[in-house]
Design a protein around this ligand. Structure first.
Ligand SMILES: Nc1nc2c(ncn2[C@@H]2O[C@H](COP(=O)(O)OP(=O)(O)O)[C@@H](O)[C@H]2O)c(=O)[nH]1
Ligand SMILES: [Mg+2]
Length: 275
């Protein structure tokens, strides 16, 4: 197995400035066919400008554990070069896989597809722009080790670090949405929308086949299903570095609000699996 040659990126907690790029050899993880400890699922829609550094960071970070892992990019019908970039990088990064949808369906559909094609004992979903650094995985993994089945990254806990935060209008709209989400579906969860969440394999396999919200409401629905199944959900403060180039349109808030009501209705009529 050829050793991948990669750029080394700034270590955990380092200042925003990138460390000087050095070339170094990364040990290939030991081969254990059929066993994948960690899957990283990255939904991507027209992410040609942002995805390459995220994949390099993910590979560098998860190589450190010496455990078999996979990185699955779930492409959602991108019309730019996202799939070509991922294909090309998979020549160097053998853990990298591309799952493709024929047409754009939405982030929820892409995450569900990725989560269900993953083989890992734990499955991390992370946004393509790397807003939450991969080293935050350890906090979520600790929560899973302490008995949670779903550990969600949060920008609204006392120990969350926002560096920089999202622009103020988005923070305010996010807080307003969260009030609605807490009142309707998920009391006690302060940030359902952060793109960094860890599921055990069994939680992922119980939740994602039942997802009906194909776009931005999917996080709320996944957590509603998790709670209905009696799974333990832990909300963990993480680091968030807001990135340029958002693909979120203002209408997404209205859409999320509508989906939130639909999810509440589904829950009331018993449409979700129960423990
Ligand atoms: N699959 C899919 N992913 C999307 C879509 N829109 C956005 N995303 C992904 O959702 C994640 C977050 O999007 P981003 O634009 O960074 O949103 P923000 O961080 O909330 O401003 C990224 O991984 C995007 O590629 C979509 O229509 N389909
Ligand atoms: Mg983002």
């Amino acid at each position: 197995m050829p050793e991948a040659e990669l750029e080394e990126h700034a270590p955990a907690g380092a200042p925003k400035r990138r460390a000087p790029v050095r070339r170094r050899k990364v040990e290939a993880a030991p081969e254990q066919p059929g066993i994948v400890a960690i899957s990283v699922v990255i939904p991507a829609y027209n992410e040609a400008e942002r995805i390459a550094p995220t994949l390099v960071e993910a590979h560098a970070y998860f190589s450190k554990f010496g455990e078999p892992f996979e990185i699955i990019v779930s492409d959602d019908g991108s019309t730019d070069r996202t799939p070509e970039i991922v294909e090309r990088m998979s020549g160097d990064i053998r853990q990298l896989k591309l799952v493709r949808a024929g047409a754009n369906e939405g982030k929820g559909a892409a995450v569900a597809r990725g989560m269900l094609s993953a083989a890992g004992q734990v499955r991390l979903f992370a946004d393509a722009d790397g807003s939450t650094p991969f080293d935050q995985f350890e906090k979520l993994a600790d929560a899973i080790a302490s008995g949670a089945q779903v550990a969600i990254g949060s920008r609204a806990m006392p120990d969350s670090i926002l560096d920089p935060a999202q622009p103020l209008p988005r923070v305010l709209l996010g807080k307003l949405s969260n009030l609605v989400i807490q009142a309707t579906n998920l009391p006690g969860i302060r940030d359902t929308q952060c793109g960094f969440k860890l599921y055990t394999a069994s939680a992922a396999e119980k939740i994602f086949p039942h997802l009906t919200a194909k776009r931005w409401g999917f996080d709320v629905e996944a957590l509603v299903i998790a709670r209905g199944l009696g799974l333990r959900v832990s909300e963990i403060g993480v680091v968030w570095r807001d990135r340029e180039g958002t693909t979120l349109r203002p209408g997404a808030y209205l859409q999320t609000f509508w989906e939130d009501l639909r999810i509440r209705y589904n829950a009331l009529r018993g449409a979700y699996p129960k423990r």
